[in-house]
Design a protein around this ligand. Sequence first.
Ligand code: PLP
Length: 422
Amino acid sequence: MDHFLYRDGVLRAEDVPLPEIASAVGTPVYVYSAATLTRHFRVFEEALAGLDHLICYAMKANSNLAVLRLLGRLGAGMDVVSGGEYLRARAAGVPGERIVFSGVGKTRDEMRLALGQGIRQFNVESEPELFALDAVAREMGLRAPIAIRVNPDVDAKTHAKIATGKSENKFGIPIARARAVYAEAAALAGIAVVGIDVHIGSQLVDLAPYEAAFAKVAALTAELRADGHDIRRLDLGGGLGIPYRRDNQAPPLPFDYGAVIRRTLGHLGCEIEIEPGRLIAGNAGVLLSRVIWRKRGEGRDFLILDAAMNDLVRPAMYDAWHDIVPVSEPEAGAELAPIDIVGPVCETGDTFATARPMPFVGEGDLVAFRSAGAYGAVMASEYNTRALVPEVLVSGDHYAVVRARPSFDEILSRDTIPDWIG
Ligand SMILES: *Cc1c(COP(=O)(O)O)cnc(C)c1O
């Protein structure tokens, strides 16, 4: 459930009519619902109730400082994948002991930053990373708490670009090599082993791959404990999918995901960490856009929007579907006609939907892309020198601009022309 509903003929974010935001801030603009973010976080809390746990929000899904502050105030930890994300999490007020550092290519500078300012654990993905982290920690007179990310060789059955748990993917250490690498880690003075980490992919719509991966983690926990390692924490990654198509998708519920965790790992007495991103932020945001032109083509019509692939890249990058709805509520039983919905960027890839059945939408009308709160604004660029899309956070009947649209002066001022060009 989210808080984007029609009332009195107009789509609202909580109690704020979207046209009000479009007039004040301009379009395109991302609009997030604080109540929905809160609700999604609490649903995970309830799913893991009774287990010792920490929900580390995967902030790559949506890392606006206001979103991080809101979730941090609810008690969320953060899963970061870069030094920049670490600094954002800290700037939002999240303490280091609630931050886990994931990612396949951490640099020594990033390790130093997180070790120096405080970190819950590094999720180590390779032996070179393990040895580098050991050296950095020893230089600083510290021990780095780590979990080793194992690759369980499980097919997450999701889009190829976001599947991460098969042996051919770049992520983690093959589970068959885990015991050997844990033995190496235990011998390093700059390393303190605290647990095991696994993350098999994103937008999973079936619990079976989780069940398979977690069963392997349970078996590995027993083996590693028998080898003398202090395995007290299990980080299970994120990836639970959301219904991008309301008409035909019903991904598993967090409650049932929680039941899989209990069933497979609950008896081990470990602290459980999960790293949900998309499920918390995805349906908590819409991308609001205005129709520039309605254009007649050969055998098809086009809606040309003021939002483009640089603002929301998921359709171009992952062939993703977003429900696109008129902000003015269509009459009940309004006729639907197929139309191509595109942006103004000079690429055919700048297509949001092809032959999408839509009620009539005309020039100047507003439309909303649903489920755009995750992997939307964070993946935006200024391609075609289009200003970075702004973000608005709504709570009840009020809203705030939480990232302003940069001016073109600001955009141009980031470039410099060296004197020698003349
Ligand atoms: C991307 C990612 C997540 C979050 O995935 P979602 O599908 O957004 O829940 C969690 N952990 C790691 C290591 C990731 O790379």
